[in-house]
Design a protein around this ligand. Structure first.
Ligand SMILES: Cc1ncc(COP(=O)(O)O)c(C=O)c1O
Length: 390
């Protein structure tokens, strides 16, 4: 969470005092209005606000018609929710290595594609854009869909295009840790009418047919789904958060860029597919060895500047995805994709060392979390500590 205050409090108070904050009711319509604003912000034709980024990922996969018998490629470095969303729809997550930027490698993605592959999920981790040009050519060559996991990258761009609007669909998270937040929340965006209609039905399974006119003009037949609907309280907070996003992003980016400039000749900033496009939440430094990384982060920590070595970030690293690595996709065996007949022979011989490049890079990278509220003096102090001058 970065910036939040009276505007969000007032917006929620208005929604509560209206006594009318179910998504479809007449007075506030905060969810529907946020969806309109999120469409405008991302430049997409359709947007659905829902309970989480996970819900948005799963709803998008359902929208793409993905299910048992299918494989979906995910990167070795992402929050476990990306892989779990694939299991929710009955498909098998196939784990591919990263490139030097710690995002999905186009090369390894192509190597892992089989006749079962139906989609790939590039994750713009820490707000760093994936290699969308490379991944788009791979996807086009093999006729597979792209679902962008933009859960950590609201407001970022790739060659000028908003992250989450480049593939066939995008998923965003608004949980507490994200750039804009409603505590919990997520959004799906797409230009594809079929993905939208199916995701609309899936994410709001019981209410979609009974409240308001949500099904007007929808041609997909109703099917059973989930209850990932949110109330107008979520919409009200997020409308205010979205208003803050452009200046928040500008401040993050300005500070991150200034730090990168100051340390540039001495320390190595990790490579990026679009440094100007990333969200600015993180400065990524790269070292020659894990020992060097640890010495650097220990020295900075002694001087009050905490950096994270991403190999330490638990469920963001595939080796720690216990239920995936041990192939327990659901409690009930008949609902477990790993035990389904349709998935027999799928590519899921997971081993701890299968994505060595990611493991090596994760141990040789240090992330500095940027505060958008650092002053010039703060930035100077942080730079001095990073450079060993303090
Ligand atoms: C890369 C990534 N994907 C998916 C998710 C899932 O989002 P949520 O927690 O909103 O379900 C997260 C959230 O932590 C994430 O960081």
């Amino acid at each position: 969470m970065y910036r939040i205050g009276q505007e969000e409090i007032d917006a929620v108070a208005r929604a509560i005092l209206s006594r009318d904050f179910f998504k479809i009711n007449g007075s506030g319509q905060e969810v529907l209005r946020f969806e309109e604003e999120w469409k405008a912000f991302t430049g997409e034709d359709y947007a659905l606000l829902m309970t989480s980024g996970y819900a948005a990922l799963a709803s998008a996969l359902i929208g793409m018609g993905i299910g048992p018998g299918d494989e979906v490629i995910v990167p070795a470095y992402t929050y476990i929710a990306t892989a779990l969303a694939v299991l929710e729809v009955g498909a098998i997550p196939v784990i591919a290595d990263t490139d030097e930027t710690l995002t999905l490698s186009a090369e390894d993605t192509e190597r892992k594609i089989t006749p079962r592959t139906k989609a790939i999920i590039p994750v713009h981790i820490q707000g760093f854009p994936s290699d969308m040009d490379g991944l788009k050519s791979v996807a086009a060559r093999h006729g597979v869909k792209i679902l962008e996991d933009a859960c950590q990258s609201a407001g970022g761009t790739y060659h000028g295009q908003p992250l989450g609007s480049i593939g066939d669909a995008g998923a965003f998270s608004f949980n507490y840790f994200k750039i804009i937040t409603s505590g919990e929340g997520g959004a799906l965006t797409t230009n594809d009418r079929t993905i939208y209609e199916r995701a609309l039905i899936y994410h709001d399974a019981s209410a979609v047919a009974f409240f308001g006119s949500q099904l007007d003009g929808i041609s997909e037949p109703l099917f059973g789904g989930r209850e990932y609907r949110v109330s107008d309280l979520t919409g009200a907070i997020l409308r205010e958060q979205l208003r803050r996003l452009p200046s928040l992003r500008a401040d993050l980016k300005r500070i991150q860029r200034e730090l990168a400039d100051r340390i540039g000749g001495t320390l190595t900033v990790a490579p990026s597919h679009d440094f100007e496009g990333d969200t600015g939440t993180t400065l990524a430094l790269r070292f020659g060895s894990e020992a060097e990384t640890r010495r650097f982060t220990a020295r900075c920590a002694e001087r009050g500047i905490g950096l994270t070595v991403p190999i330490d970030t638990g469920k963001h690293v595939y080796t720690n995805w216990t239920q995936v690595m041990e192939k327990r996709g659901a409690l009930h065996p008949l609902m477990d994709p790993y035990k389904m007949e349709a998935n027999r022979g799928a590519s899921c011989d997971y081993t701890p060392d299968m994505c060595r490049k990611a493991l090596d890079l994760l141990a040789r990278t240090a992330y500095l979390a940027i505060s958008p509220d650092w002053t010039e003096a703060d930035v100077g102090h942080v730079a001095d500590v990073l450079l060993g001058r303090k």
